[in-house]
Structures are given as structure tokens and as C-alpha cells.
Design a protein around this ligand. Structure first.
Ligand code: PXP
Length: 244
């Protein structure tokens, strides 16, 4: 990991989606993790969903054994996922919503509305030296909630930005930039992710407070045409070019 540089975490879930379509073991997300490590990715992100639709429990240990990159485990705020996180001790745990009632209209975790449920879970992860991140909409109320939850990291949801066009996109970009600055002023490390592509990544990458982007679907989709190494390297190049 190069300090000070915007980190790229690669979400390898959809390699597992393709594997699971046939129920066998190919393509193996572990091989994807190894390629990401070999071509300069800064981390592996994997979402263990309650229905195990892509990443499976046994993949976590295999990914951890196969590369020395930090693993960012995306997980719902449930006792089951907490136990798994405590067992595997990933570098980071990013709390994401899985059910409708857990999310804001934009799709981020409703950290503000669920303080009492989240607080003990976040503390138990922190006590285990797991860096907790909250995947939240770029809203003041959610940043305030992250502060009250002692979260060291927030991941700002870029889905609305990615879907917006023209003037609406500029509004979304400003919200993300403002909330990244607000998080940083309060000692929280801001990350961003969801829906990022070659076409829309650069304005996000240019936000100076952001420390990490987590990108999955587009990189794995491009890898079908160009290979994973090429798609990761091109994203890396665009991110670097966006920063002075
Ligand atoms: N960050 C988080 C918290 C996610 O849940 C996801 C996957 O939805 C991503 C980043 C990556 O998003 P995408 O696959 O759209 O690049």
C-alpha cells in the first residue's frame, strides 16, 4: 500500500457470481484476488451476503491465505455476520444494509435510524481490531451518526452520482465532496464506492479527502473483454490522473 495515494479496493463478488451459476469452482474468486494483488490493487473487497449468492464462507479464508492484501469484508449488521467477522478478522468490515428497512432512500445504511442496533456491533468489531466502515449516503445526518457510533471510516455511496446526469450529477458530486470533507474534519476516513466506471470515476477520485475507492461490477465486467489485470490497471491510471 502506498501511503497518501488513493487506494483501490477491488470487489471480486461477481467472479463468484459467475462461478455459482454452474455450481462448480470456476472461475475462482481467489485467482481474481491474486491477480489484483499482482497488478497493484490495494485491497480485496468481498460481500458475504446472507443468501450466499456470490461469496461463500469458505472463500474468505481462502482469499486471506492467498494474498497479503487487506480484506474488506462487507457485511450486514447481524449476529451471524458479526461472528464470522470475529472468526476471520478481516482488516476492515464495511457494514452494509441488506434489507429495505435498514437503508436510506439512496441505498446507504441508515446509521442515523439504527444507532441502538449498530452501536454494540460496531464496538465489538472495533474491540477485535477490525476497522469498521459504514456504507452511508452522503448526508449530514449519516455522518453525524457515524461520529456517534465511533466509526473510523465511512464509505460514501456513489450510486446516486453514478445514475445522475448533467446538472444533477454535479449536485451529487458536490454532496459527496462536502461529506468527504465533513467526515475528514471529524477524524473519520472517507471512502467511496458503488457504480463507479472508467467514465465517472475521475471527478470522485479528485476529491482530496477520499482515501479509498471500492469498485467491483464494472471492473469484473470489463475483465470479460480485456482481462482483470488490464481493467484494474486502467482504473488505477484514471484514478492517478485525476489527482495532482
Ligand atoms: N462498496 C460497497 C459498500 C458495496 O456494497 C459495493 C457493491 O455494491 C461496492 C462498493 C462496489 O460497487 P460496484 O460493484 O457497483 O462497483
Amino acid at each position: 500500500m502506498t501511503p497518501g495515494r488513493l487506494r483501490l479496493g477491488v470487489n471480486i463478488d461477481h467472479v463468484a457470481t459467475i462461478r455459482n451459476a454452474r455450481g462448480g469452482d470456476h472461475p475462482d474468486p481467489v485467482r481474481a484476488a491474486q491477480i489484483v494483488a499482482a497488478c497493484g490493487g490495494d485491497g480485496i473487497t468481498a460481500h458475504l451476503r446472507e443468501d450466499r449468492r456470490h461469496i461463500r464462507d469458505e472463500d474468505l479464508a481462502r482469499i486471506q491465505a492467498a494474498t497479503s492484501l487487506p480484506l474488506n469484508l462487507e457485511m450486514a449488521a447481524t449476529e451471524e455476520m458479526l461472528a464470522i467477522a470475529l472468526r476471520h478478522k478481516p482488516h476492515a468490515a464495511c457494514i452494509v444494509p441488506e434489507r429495505r428497512e435498514e437503508r436510506t432512500t439512496e441505498g446507504g445504511l441508515d446509521a442515523a435510524g439504527q444507532h441502538n442496533r449498530l452501536y454494540p456491533l460496531v464496538q465489538r468489531l472495533l474491540d477485535a481490531d477490525i476497522r469498521v466502515s459504514l456504507f452511508i449516503a452522503p448526508e449530514i445526518a449519516q455522518i453525524d451518526a457515524a461520529i456517534r457510533l465511533n466509526a473510523p471510516v465511512v464509505e460514501l455511496h456513489t450510486g446516486e452520482y453514478a445514475h445522475a446526469e448533467g446538472a444533477a450529477r454535479a449536485v451529487e458530486l458536490k454532496r459527496i465532496a462536502d461529506m468527504a470533507a465533513l467526515a475528514a474534519r471529524n477524524g473519520i476516513e472517507p471512502h467511496a464506492g458503488h457504480g463507479l466506471t472508467y467514465d465517472n470515476v475521475q471527478p470522485i477520485a479528485a476529491i482530496p479527502q477520499l482515501a479509498e475507492l471500492n469498485i467491483g461490477h464494472y471492473l469484473i465486467g470489463e475483465a470479460i473483454f480485456t482481462g482483470l489485470e488490464a481493467s484494474v490497471l486502467k482504473m488505477r491510471e484514471l484514478m492517478d490522473a485525476a489527482r495532482p
